[in-house]
Structure formats: C-alpha cells, structure tokens
Design a binder for this molecule. Structure first.
Ligand SMILES: [Ca+2]
Ligand SMILES: [Ca+2]
Ligand SMILES: [Ca+2]
Length: 216
C-alpha cells in the first residue's frame, strides 16, 4: 500500500509540475509581427501596412511562395507554428480554385485549402477551409477571426496554428498561395515558432529520479 501511495504521489506531482512548468516556459524561438520590417529569416522581406489599423505585415503576396528559415533549434520532438493569415480581396474559394497552403522542409502541406471572401448572400460558392482542398465545402469566411477589419475592398484574418513532428536542428517553412486574379492577395502577421516539448519534460524526469532515490 505504501509503495502504491508513493507511486501515485510521484505521478501526481510530476503531472502537476509538467502542466505548470510546461505552460509557463514554452520556449518561443521565433516571433515576427513585422512592425518596422521583416526578420532576415524570411526569403522575401517585403512588407505593407493595412489601410485601417496600420498593421505592418509580410506582403502583399500574390501567386507564389515565401519561406522562413530557422537554424540552431533547441532539442525538440515537435514544432508549433502559429500566425495570422490575411486574405485580401474577393477570393473565390473552390470556384477558381483560390488555393493557399503551407508546409515544412519540403514535406506534404499541413494546410492546403481555399478561401472565399464574398459576403454571405453574394453567390453560393464555397471555401474548403477549415478542411483540405479538394474536399471541404463551407460558407465564405468560415473560421475567420476578423472580417473586413483591414480596410481593403474585402478582407478576412485567420489565426492558424499547426504542430508537426520534428527533431532536426533546422527548419524551413513554406507559405504559398495561388489566387488567380491580380486583386486577390495575401499576407502574414504575428508569426511564432515554438519547439515542443520544452524543458518541462526534463524537469518532470528529474522529479521522478529524486523520488526513486529517496525510496532507496
Ligand atoms: Ca504586424
Ligand atoms: Ca475573385
Ligand atoms: Ca479567384
């Protein structure tokens, strides 16, 4: 009974510490809000400022890709990426299709989808997001965190987060879009990269080893 109690105590303490420390010390290794210009880690550092709110962002981009290269990453098993995607202009979703995606290290895209910016009632077309394209059929602007806040003819902001298995010391993220018309553009803002797990796992292991040592 004593041993069982001790094991339960160790497990409980470890889980609690993991939750606490893991939350507090997610070691952010990259953040760019593009205010004052883009970080040199971007392949194309051109920025623009939104007509409303004067938010500086990476773009405006049209057909093509931009990459983010990060080196000397701390030890990790997963990489978390989050960013705001600006969808600018009257994107047509599945109709064109107006495709947007992102991938890492030349692997398969972790997002490959379409966006549609028509206002509800303007036509009956769909966008694939939040699903992959082809496949999803959702109303325009589904999942957008902001609508028409940037000051363009039509715009939407999507806050996107993806975690991928990853162990290498370097990473190259690719962001690409292929809307077909000149007035359909996109941009990125508030891009962050976080390696997981962080130091929490090491601290958790330390707690376990401390308790087993006391037992002997
Ligand atoms: Ca910004
Ligand atoms: Ca269009
Ligand atoms: Ca289009």
């Amino acid at each position: 009974m004593k041993n069982r109690f001790r094991i339960a105590l160790v497990a409980g303490t470890t889980v609690a510490m993991l939750a606490l420390v893991g939350h507090a010390s997610a070691d952010l290794i990259f953040f760019d809000d593009f205010e004052g210009g883009a970080d040199p880690a971007w392949s194309d550092g051109g920025t623009d400022v939104t007509p409303v709110g004067q938010r500086e962002f990476l773009g405006r981009l049209h057909d093509g890709a931009v990459s983010l290269t990060l080196s000397d990453l701390p030890p990790h098993t997963e990489l978390g990426l989050s960013f705001d995607l600006f969808v600018i202009g009257l994107w047509d979703g599945n109709e064109s299709p107006d495709i947007w995606g992102a991938s890492a290290d030349g692997g398969l895209p972790f997002i490959l989808t379409t966006f549609r910016n028509e206002t509800p009632g303007d036509g009956d077309g769909f966008q694939a997001y939040p699903d992959f394209w082809p496949g999803g059929e959702h109303p325009a602007r589904t999942g957008a965190s902001e609508n028409d806040t940037l000051g363009y003819d039509a715009d939407a902001v999507y806050h996107l987060s993806y975690t991928i298995p990853h162990t290498a010391g370097d990473v190259v993220y690719y962001f690409f879009g292929f809307p077909d018309l000149a007035e359909e553009d996109w941009g990125l803002d508030n891009v962050s990269v976080t390696p997981e797990p962080c130091t929490a796992v090491l601290i958790g292991l330390g707690v376990v080893s401390l308790f087993s040592r006391r037992r002997w």
